[in-house]
Unconditional design. Structure first.
Length: 670
């Protein structure tokens, strides 16, 4: 996951390949609650691991469920519909997870304990009054701890004998279908008689109710439905675990990759995006996004648990759609509309206003930043397409809303070749923590940005480059480590850095069984991180690096580090030879005295004793060799910015490089 303050997505030109998507959030949290209320153990396969499922799991653990995770499988032992009596008041924090807050409010109101349910500030702005009213009609005891109608809530123990089960329970269906889902999931706890729920107002997001009914049936509860207005939970209903249950991949998450297939062509101009884990026969309502994507021109094939999407009509065809049945996935259509042949209108989407953020306003604001003309009203949004000259490079605010972050990544396919900056990209953790990594695994960029930091030994290149890479979410190449490992391999093979061994050392370099993992360097699985960091290893590296065949053998390996979303590379010839087209080249220096002192401190802190004088003469000898060799000598690239950090702290050097980088970016302020 990208935990950076922002993520710059370079202009993307194509996409093709296969993605496997994480489990559905809606199915995951429903299954978890049902398994928790059932008796016995349920093994849940392919559960979504995200912020929203984590808060649900924490709550269920606090209620006394046994939870045992192994890879993508989770075993949950339920409480059999009963809490241990006499427990203390339980405070439960539910983040911004509506799929946890609403169903847990209903279930806990009927379970009998005392609870306080709270969430992030936005959760305290998301309405829950209609659900609380329905539960209160029944006899549940729920108080508002802040604003009436909104979390946080205090739930007090209920007297089951006093529950009013004779009259139908009335609940509004036109604000959020989660209120009805919450009642359907929880009311079997009280079903000593038939319980009838009547929906007031036109029920929105019906497909989500279908998921609820489908999963209740898997857990042994056969709800009777009359239209979308009346639901009966039969007397004597009891949750019974199905044993094993599989969670489909998230159909809402699939929307971004369906859109990707519709917008982008592969390198050969005809490849497709294959999505694994969900097919057109999914039980999730958002799978009907496929119909909308087809209407816009996408070619979608499907089989059991897979979809295959490729570009059909281009530009996409504008649509006018009642998107009430796919409220979450429809946000993706709003960005696809930028690539259409006329204005597209999404109607009947008032529920967008009470989601993670006011999504109608959020989408309109951010689409306008890209240059689009957008009209919006209480329950609709109309997006006009953008012509090539109209596109602007924008910093997209994400409003702590995962879907805003994910759907705006599609703007990186703009014909103007502009990058897109996504602020706070970590908000995707709500449902799809590795969204951007998954996108980058199939996307192709004409130009992956590179920042090169070259300079003499101990100037601080590695420290600076690694930190700049971390702050930008870029990959990091420590090219010196490749020469150091080659030097080590040479020693172990009994060779020396002489011309007569050049071909053999180059052959070793070309086939290094090298892996970089968690800051460690592994050679054929052996951790050689410390061994290659000694001064002697540095000297060996400097010697092998003078051999042209060795440098040639390492060229392609270094260039393979250039991957989306970008790369920071440090060494001696990053800017001159390996990445001559890098967008920013820095030549980092410091006085020999300063460098010797820094290296001295560094070695002393590792418990290696040495003298300043010997370090300084070694360092000067290494600089002389690195600068005077015939191939790719250490020298600044012609277009490099020079940074002498003798008098700068590490933080000041980082700030300087980041400032230079920002100066090159086209983004308008957020
Ligand atoms: N601006 C700075 N001010 C003070 N100390 C620094 C600065 N930059 C780096 N250092 C320290 O100097 C030491 C050497 O830095 P680093 O290992 O990053 O250098 P390098 O140029 O990558 O060296 P090499 O080429 O040998 O790999 C480290 O202990 C680091 O913390
Ligand atoms: N791009 C590079 C990187 C390194 N080398 C050589 C020369 C250095 O003395 C040696 C060790 O590098 P360090 O880990 O100290 O950065 O490797 C090179 O020639 N080209």
């Amino acid at each position: 996951m990208f935990s950076t303050a922002f993520l710059d997505i370079p202009a993307l030109a194509g996409a093709s390949g296969t993605v496997r998507l994480p489990g559905s959030k809606s199915i995951s949290n429903r299954v978890l609650l049902l398994a928790a209320l059932a008796s016995g153990t349920t093994t849940v396969h392919d559960l979504l691991d995200s912020d929203d499922t984590r808060v649900m799991l924490d709550a269920l653990r606090a209620l006394g469920c046994g939870i045992d995770a192994a890879g993508s499988t989770l075993r949950i032992t339920g409480i059999g519909g009963q809490l241990k009596p006499g427990g203390p008041m339980l405070p439960l924090f539910l983040g911004n997870a509506g799929t946890a807050m609403r169903p847990l409010t209903a279930a806990l109101s009927l379970l009998g304990g005392e609870f306080e349910l709270s969430g992030v500030p936005r959760m305290h702005e998301r309405p829950i009054g209609d659900l609380v009213d329905a539960l209160t009609q029944l006899g549940c005891r729920i108080d508002y701890l802040g604003n009436p109608g909104y979390p946080p809530l205090r739930i007090r123990p209920v007297d089951h004998g006093a529950l009013v089960l004779d009259a139908p329970i009335r609940v509004r269906g036109d604000v959020s279908s989660q209120f009805l889902t919450a009642l359907l999931l929880a009311l079997p706890l009280a079903a000593r008689k038939d319980i009838v729920i009547e929906v007031v107002g036109e029920l929105i997001s019906k497909p989500y109710i279908e998921i609820t009914l489908n999963l209740l049936a898997r857990f042994g509860i056969a709800v009777q439905r009359e239209g979308w207005e009346r639901f009966t939970i039969p007397a004597g209903s009891r949750y019974s675990s199905p044993g094993d249950i599989h969670v489909e991949a998230d159909a809402s998450s699939a929307s971004y990759f369906i859109a990707l297939g519709a917008i982008a062509t592969g390198a050969s101009g005809q490849d497709s995006i294959r999505i694994e884990g969900v097919g057109a026969d999914s039980i999730q309502g958002d799978i009907r996004f496929i119909e909308a994507a087809r209407q816009m021109g996408a070619q979608v094939d499907s089989g059991p648990n897979w979809l295959d999407v490729r570009r059909g009509a281009w530009p996409l065809k504008a649509i006018d759609l009642d998107a009430n049945h796919i409220p979450d996935a429809a946000m993706t259509l709003a960005v696809m509309a930028l690539y259409a042949d006329g204005p597209s209108t999404l109607r009947n989407i008032a529920s967008w206003r009470v989601k993670e953020t006011d999504r109608i306003d959020a989408m309109a604001n951010e689409l306008r930043k890209l240059g689009a003309t957008v009209d919006s009203g209480p329950d609709f949004i109309r997006v006009h397409p953008l012509e090539r000259p109209g596109w602007q490079a924008a910093s997209i605010r994400t409003y702590d809303d995962h879907r805003v972050a994910m759907c705006f990544s599609l703007a990186a396919f703009n014909p103007a070749g502009l990058p897109v900056r996504i602020l706070e990209p970590h908000c995707v953790a709500k449902t799809f923590p590795d969204y951007f990594e998954t996108l980058f695994s199939v996307a192709q960029a004409p130009e992956v940005p590179v920042i090169c930091i070259d300079g003499p030994t101990a100037s601080g290149k590695g420290t600076l480059a690694a930190e700049v890479a971390r702050l930008l979410g870029y990959h990091y190449l420590d090219s010196g480590s490749l020469y150091r490992v080659t030097g080590l391999a040479m020693r172990r093979a009994g060779l020396s850095a002489e011309p007569q061994h050049e071909a053999q050392i180059a052959a070793l370099a070309a086939a290094l069984p090298l892996h970089f993992t968690e800051g460690k360097v592994l050679l054929a699985g052996e951790d050689v991180s410390d061994e290659i960091r000694t001064e002697a290893a540095g000297m060996d590296a400097s010697r092998v690096s003078t051999l042209p065949a060795v440098r040639a053998a390492l060229l392609a390996l270094q260039q393979r580090f250039r991957q989306l979303p970008g790369l920071v590379a440090d060494g001696r010839d990053m800017g001159t030879v390996i990445f001559p087209d890098a967008a920013l080249k820095v030549f980092l220096t410091a006085s020999a005295a300063q460098r010797a002192e820094r290296r001295h401190k560094q070695l002393i802190s590792k418990g290696i004793s040495t003298t300043l004088d010997s370090l300084r003469s070694d360092l000067e000898a290494r600089d002389a060799r690195d600068s005077s060799r015939s191939v790719a000598p250490l020298k600044p690239a012609q277009d490099a910015r020079h940074l002498d950090n003798s008098q700068l702290s590490i933080e000041q050097s980082i700030d300087q490089v980041l400032n230079w980088w920002q100066e090159k970016q086209p983004f308008k302020p957020a």
